[in-house]
Design a protein around this ligand. Structure first.
Ligand code: HEC
Length: 115
């Protein structure tokens, strides 16, 4: 009898945990800033340009960035690297990344005063 009650308790607990899981996953979604750290290696920290050959992402119109990612993913825009990288993220990620970069101030690199 005692064992049966314990089983029921565990079953209820498992069911509640399953119900809570999607809410928890949403709550713990990485921020755009965190996802965008995947881009800094090539596009510069905070998406700022670090040389002439790499397009800066800082200050980019968010729709333009999302559309570019979709085009790279769908192979409608050619890319050496981006067409391999874009499929690793969801469209929700593209939007979060885009909002983050749009809020960053672009700066030329090297900064003008050091030239
Ligand atoms: C390994 C280097 C590398 C990484 C990491 C990288 N990119 Fe790129 N990105 C490139 C290159 C190179 C191009 C030029 C297109 C091509 O050849 O793929 C580019 C182009 C772009 C463009 C087009 C810019 C324009 O002006 O039209 C966007 C948008 C972009 N990347 C977004 C991202 C985002 C968002 C991330 C992070 C999820 C990212 N990139 C990570 C190398 C990289």
């Amino acid at each position: 009898m005692k064992g049966l009650k314990m089983t029921r308790f565990l079953t209820l607990g498992t069911a509640l945990a399953a119900l809570a899981a999607p809410a928890l996953a949403e709550e713990r979604r990485p921020t755009g800033e965190l996802i965008a750290m995947n881009c800094g290696t090539c596009h510069g920290t905070y998406g700022r340009a670090f040389n002439d050959s790499m397009p800066p992402l800082a200050g980019m119109n968010p729709d333009k960035l999302v559309n570019a990612m979709i085009a790279f993913r769908d192979d409608t825009r050619p890319g050496t690297i981006m067409s391999r990288l874009a499929p690793a993220f969801t469209e929700e990620d593209y939007r979060a990344i885009a909002e983050y970069f749009a809020a960053q101030e672009p700066i030329p690199y090297p900064p003008e005063e050091s030239e």
